[in-house]
Design a protein around this ligand. Structure first.
Ligand code: MN
Length: 282
């Protein structure tokens, strides 16, 4: 089996979104516009309430999915379809915006650490105007696989080589979304579908990606490594305990037109989205 290697690394740019929430934009900036089907990846992490207390007041989305994975803290979400709830540490919300929703995402805390990721996953043309829907999972509903040397794999979506299956279903891009912790020098291998775009984001420690030709490609903390194509990826923890996300998905290979919170196939569809939003049709 052909091992994937790292073809590009980047660390994202510091920016702010919503009402002044400080974050690192890892996908969706001039460094990396997109990695089909992934349109955006934001990481927020701060124990200073001033960095996050403004939250993300009501705003629209159309044409893609937003995936919130919270590592620390609590976020309350609420939308105009009557859906409301609190995402807690370790929980995930996979929201299919489809033809459009208006929602808010606000910190449910006034202090302490708030840490998590938001990933935008594109929808194929045929699904961009579908009915909005949610897949929400409490931390205890996320599948966990124990590795031989103390590590763990939390599976949000996809299936490990040993058969642990994550709860989130998406037949459009068949995503893999795993949160992997490795002990000192522990290794982990995962098969990935040929042709799926894939990346690793290191949360803690540092890792080596082991490949046939290049040997070890190091990936330090707070860096994203885009993987080459191949049938599997092998990652080892370098010198210390490490934690990283492994995310992959089938590229849609469709034209992408972006306009703020809307992602469609054409500029005309973006103009329509703004017009529909202004007319209150969301
Ligand atoms: Mn949003």
């Amino acid at each position: 089996m052909k091992n994937r290697t790292v073809i590009k690394t980047l660390s994202g740019i510091n920016t702010a979104d919503g009402d002044g929430v400080k974050l690192t934009r890892i996908i969706g900036s001039h460094e990396l516009n997109m990695l089909d089907p992934f349109l955006l990846l934001d990481c927020f992490e701060s124990d200073d309430a001033q960095d996050y207390i403004g939250g993300f007041p009501e705003h629209p989305h159309r044409g893609f999915e937003t995936v919130t994975y919270l590592l620390n803290g609590k976020m309350r979400h609420k939308d105009n379809a009557g859906h409301e709830g609190v995402i807690e540490s370790g929980g995930v919300q996979w929201m299919t915006a489809g033809r459009g929703i208006l929602h808010s995402e606000m910190p449910e805390q006034e202090g302490g650490l708030l840490q998590g990721f938001q990933l935008w996953v594109n929808l194929p043309r045929s699904e961009k105007m579908s009915k909005p829907r949610y897949q929400e999972y409490l931390p205890e509903s996320i599948a966990i696989e124990d590795l031989a040397h103390g590590g763990t794999v939390k599976v949000i979506s996809g299936k490990t080589d040993k058969g642990t299956v994550g709860p989130v279903i998406n037949d459009f891009v068949s995503p893999t979304y795993m949160d992997i912790s490795l002990s000192d020098n522990e290794a982990f291998s995962q098969r990935l579908s040929l042709g799926h775009n894939a990346f690793i984001y290191v949360l803690q420690g540092s890792v080596n990606i082991i490949s046939d030709q290049d040997g070890k490609s190091p990936l330090p903390s707070k860096h994203l490594g885009i993987l080459s194509d191949g049938e599997q990826v092998t990652i080892e923890s370098a010198e210390q305990d490490s934690r990283f996300l492994l995310i992959a998905g089938k590229p849609l290979n469709e034209p992408v037109a972006r306009g703020g919170p809307f992602v469609m196939n054409t500029e005309a569809e973006i103009r329509q989205a703004f017009a529909d939003y202004q007319r209150g049709l969301f």
